[in-house]
Design a protein around this ligand. Structure first.
Ligand SMILES: [Zn+2]
Length: 348
């Protein structure tokens, strides 16, 4: 009897502890107040010629319906989690030398291949960016290499991939990286049959998908597939306050015949010439994950420092696209909460 009572008491205590743990976790994820923007700034002028600097090899699929479904109430916007200060177990880690916060008002552009207005990196500074994920094996390999060096990157997720592997994208965010979007289905937004409405649908649905996977709003950061800057969308981002990212150093890791060695040589050769820059890589690519440990070692040996880019505010998705996405995914509207708001890993 005493044992049974003791067991009951223990159960109650355990339940309280679990509940308290959950409360603490959610409390610790309290929103960072998203400061309001002050003044609108004109979007960067469109580059004279959007050049095909990268040809990604992610399969594209049919464009989504031109006309979004009628507006429906959106799930409550999820807060941007406060990043926990993690301790670095590697005393010689590459680390993060500084974090920059981007005010995306007016849709600024970064990466000198196309946008030359904001020269914010100083000598020997680099930004690590990864496109096309999340993807099994390859994205976790990139994450591990970054974690081993206690450094951070910026990930541009393909919306569809985010819905296939939301748990991987949540890991990206949980490990303190910045997550932006890269369209819904990785189509060329400058494509011949691409109407302005189709391009907007690709962009908005991509952001909605990333938000759905994360369970929270992504950063208002975007990279055009194949670096094809659709002029109408560049203007549109000015009104949506989305920052656009081109590159300074293309790793060409998507090319046929790419090897970890070639990727590292391509990056380091160009970087040593420029002295700094935003590096474009793909966590979707197997060789990139394999190249990362040695590439980070080379960066460290070369005296390069990693800058992390974060956004001052989060991206606010449009309810009609959240709704269209849920219909696509055949998620009943009655349980339309993003997966990340329902299931959370609270300890591992
Ligand atoms: Zn891509």
């Amino acid at each position: 009897m005493r044992n049974a009572l003791g067991l009951m008491l223990a159960s109650v205590v355990a339940a309280v502890v679990i509940a308290a743990g959950g409360w603490f976790y959610y409390s610790s994820r309290a929103d960072q107040a998203a400061p309001k923007t002050i003044a609108a700034r004109a979007a960067d002028p469109l580059p004279a010629q959007a050049k095909l600097a990268a040809k990604d090899d992610v399969a594209t699929t049919a464009a989504i319906a031109a006309k979004p479904a009628a507006p429906a109430p959106a799930p409550a916007p999820a807060p941007m989690p406060v990043q926990q200060k993690s301790t670095c177990a590697n005393p010689n880690a590459l680390g993060v030398s500084r974090v920059v916060e981007i005010d995306t008002t007016g849709g600024p552009g970064f990466g000198f291949d196309h946008f030359k207005q904001f020269d914010f990196l100083t000598d020997k500074e680099v930004v690590l960016t990864f496109d096309d994920g999340p993807w099994p094996v390859n994205t976790p390999a990139v994450l591990k290499a970054l974690a081993d060096e206690c450094t951070k990157g910026l990930f541009f997720s393909v919306g569809k991939h985010a819905t296939y592997h939301p748990e991987i994208l949540r890991q990206v965010l949980a490990q303190g990286h910045t997550v932006g979007a890269h369209t819904w289905s990785h189509v060329n937004l400058n494509g011949k049959k691409m109407t302005e409405q189709m391009a907007k649908d690709e962009v908005e649905k991509g952001f909605s998908a990333v938000r759905f996977a994360l369970g929270t709003n992504p950063a208002p950061f975007f990279r055009f597939p194949q670096l094809q800057h659709n002029p109408a969308i560049v203007s549109y981002f000015g009104t949506r306050n989305v920052a656009m990212f081109s590159t300074d150093i293309d790793s060409f890791d998507f090319r046929k015949g790419a090897t970890p060695e070639k990727i590292i040589e391509t990056v380091m050769t160009r970087l040593d010439k420029l002295g700094k820059g935003i590096i474009l890589m793909h966590d979707f690519q197997k060789h990139t994950g394999e190249a990362m440990p040695a590439l980070l070692a080379r960066l460290k040996a070369g005296g390069y420092k990693v800058v992390q880019m974060k956004a001052k505010t989060t991206f606010q998705t449009l309810p009609e696209y959240d709704e269209a996405l849920l219909k696509d995914l055949k998620v009943p509207t009655s349980s339309a909460r993003p997966i990340g708001s329902v299931v959370q890993t609270v300890s591992q």
